[in-house]
Structure formats: C-alpha cells, structure tokens
Design a protein around this ligand. Structure first.
Ligand SMILES: NC(=O)c1ccc[n+]([C@@H]2O[C@H](COP(=O)([O-])OP(=O)(O)OC[C@H]3O[C@@H](n4cnc5c(N)ncnc54)[C@H](O)[C@@H]3O)[C@@H](O)[C@H]2O)c1
Length: 316
C-alpha cells in the first residue's frame, strides 16, 4: 500500500510505516497536481499537515484514497465530514504535540519576564555603545515562581502547560466551560509522582487573579480576549497565545500593551496568518514566533509514529 506524505513526515514515521509494509512517498506534490499524482500512483493514504488542502473535489476525484491523515491537531484544511461520508478514514494526532506547545508557552513567559524579546532586538544595535543603559532598562525583571498562571481552556495543551507551571512553583487557575476539574499528574525523572486537582473557576475570576495568562482553546467565532476582558485583568499582566489566531483581539491587545495594562505578550499564532499585522510584528513588547508550537523533533517523531500506528491498524 502506498502512503503519500505530502507535507512531510518525520524519519521515525517513515521507518514505522516501512516496517509495517507500506511504501512511503515524501515528494511534495503541488496542490493542483495532486489529483493526477494520486490517481497515477494509486495512493491509498494521503498524509498532510496544514498546507495541503483535501477538499470535496479532490476526494471525489481520487477513488484509490482510503485514508486521510493530519499530522497535528486542527483539520480545517480537510473536508472531514464529507470524507467520512464517502467511507474514508480520517485521522489526526491530537495529543502528540501538546508538551511541545506547553514548553513554547514557557519560553515566551520566561523570555517575557526578563525582557529577552527586547534585549535580543537591542543588544545587536546598541549593546556595544549603550551597555549600561540597556542593563538598566532590563533591570526590573520578575520571577515566575510564586505567581499565578491563568489558563483559559484546560484541555490537552492547557494541562501540559499546568504541569510545567506547577513544577516551577506557580499557582494555576483555570477556566473551561466544558471541564469542572482536572487531575494533573506530575511525573519526575526518578519515578516519583505528584497529583494536583484543579477545579475550574469563572473566566472573570481567572482574569482577576492571573499574573500571567495563556490561552489553549480551539478556534472560536468570537474573541476570547477583547477590550472588555483586558479591562478585568491585573495591571502589568503577561499574556501568551499559542492557540489560534483570532482568539485574541489584536487591536485591543496592542492598545493594552501601549497603555501598560499588559506588560508583554508572547504570540505564536496570528489573526492574519501567514501575513500578520505589521503593528503586531513591530511591537516592542511582543515576543514573536511564527506558529512553531508543535515544531520540535520530539513532537514530529510522536506525530509520525502515531500516524503510522493508526494507519496500520486501519488499513492492514
Ligand atoms: N501553536 C501551535 O503550533 C499549536 C499546536 C497544536 C495545537 N494548537 C492549538 O492549541 C489549541 C488547544 O489544543 P488542545 O489540543 O489543547 O485542544 P483540546 O480540545 O484538548 O482543549 C481545548 C479546550 O478548550 C476548551 N474551550 C473551548 N472553548 C473555550 C472557551 N471559549 N473558553 C475556555 N475554554 C474553552 C475546551 O473545553 C477544551 O477543554 C487549539 O486551538 C490548537 O489548534 C496550536
């Protein structure tokens, strides 16, 4: 059986598929040539990330396809319901990247409380001539230990983020309209375990208590954080969005940063991806990454192996 991994797949995923008897093709076929390629090569399974679109017309035009797999979480680029209606398997790997996204949240938070996002911009320009001034400018750092992290959306990634927060000595408060409480198990290197029960509270309560706030919700119709919500927060809060562009109102965020309501923001996902607003990109108080939450070797390995296991159990 043939698997076309059109947006790439980790070597461990390729190895796992090959060991289960699949032929794996990692050629990147352009969207408009995909139909021909799949039909000429009688592809059984098409694997994508977020780039390749798998819409109704492609599904209809490619009768050899038995499975569509998405390495990662969101399946907005796939007509999932239609594919299932046509008898195709549609799979993804929702848990594989959670820990990597959570670590990126803390990269933004630790960078934020010590001004790394700004120091890294200014040291190359003025580090030689104005070392003393820069040292002063970044002298008011804070620690995360002992502070309160507000988590909005305590699903897979929210829980992984809570684990790190608890591990570094933060208090965690969470809001999730669909979850009343979660058990967070911390696993240590020597086999010790610690369990924490976190009961969710109202969104307002999270906004009121949080020294730092991180969002882990799916794409929404309305902003989760807009002007009204910023008004309810503590002055000088730090905010991270590694969930989805569009869950924070970027205009309200920039206003809140300009008025010092928000001290800094860490942004991995943007309202207008892949061409984010210049005001966001140029803002001196925003720590920026280009949607790389899941982009670690470990997450990509887990994604590849998980896809391979699911494909083998469904198609063999
Ligand atoms: N930055 C990246 O590269 C990257 C990588 C993977 C996932 N993500 C994104 O992270 C987000 C979370 O992923 P996950 O795997 O944790 O999903 P999940 O489904 O496990 O958890 C999402 C949680 O949000 C809750 N929720 C829904 N609407 C809410 C609201 N309005 N307010 C508060 N909570 C709400 C749900 O009840 C659920 O518990 C998704 O948007 C996903 O696309 C980003």
């Amino acid at each position: 059986m043939k698997v076309l991994a059109n947006d790439g797949i980790s070597q461990s995923g390729v190895d796992a598929l090959k060991s289960k008897g699949f032929e794996v093709i990692t050629t990147k076929v352009a969207q408009e040539q995909l139909e021909n390629y799949i039909n000429e090569n009688k592809i059984d399974a098409l694997l994508v990330r977020s780039a390749t679109k798998v819409r109704k017309d492609l599904i209809d035009a490619c009768p050899s396809l038995k499975l569509i797999g998405r390495g990662g979480v969101g399946m907005d680029n796939i007509d999932v319901a239609y594919a299932k209606e046509k008898g195709l398997h549609v799979i993804n790997t929702p848990a594989a990247s959670s820990a990597s996204v959570a670590e990126l949240v803390f990269a933004h938070l630790y960078g934020g409380v010590r001004y790394l996002y700004d120091a890294n911009r200014n040291m190359p320009l003025e580090g030689e001539s104005k070392f003393g001034q820069l040292k002063k400018a970044y002298a008011a750092g804070t620690e995360l230990r002992g502070k309160t992290l507000g988590i909005i959306g305590i699903g897979r990634i929210g829980q992984e983020t809570a684990k790190i927060a608890l591990g570094v000595g933060m208090k965690v408060v969470a809001f999730d309209p669909f979850i009343e409480n979660v058990n967070i198990e911390l696993n240590f290197f020597d086999g010790q375990k610690l369990n924490f029960n976190i009961e969710t509270v109202s969104k307002e309560e999270v906004l009121k208590q949080a020294d730092f706030l991180t969002l882990h919700v799916p794409a929404q119709k309305e902003y989760v954080l807009g002007k009204k919500e910023f008004g309810l927060m503590k002055d000088g809060i730090g905010i991270v969005n590694a969930a989805r562009g569009g869950v924070i109102d970027e205009v309200a965020l920039v206003d809140a940063l300009d008025s010092n309501k928000v001290a800094f923001a860490g942004i991995d996902v943007f309202e207008n991806e892949p061409t984010p607003a210049i005001k966001v990109l140029m803002h001196p108080k925003i720590s920026l990454t280009p949607h790389i939450g899941a982009a670690t070797g470990e997450a990509q390995d887990r994604i590849g192996v998980e896809l391979a296991d699911q494909i083998a159990s469904l198609l063999k």
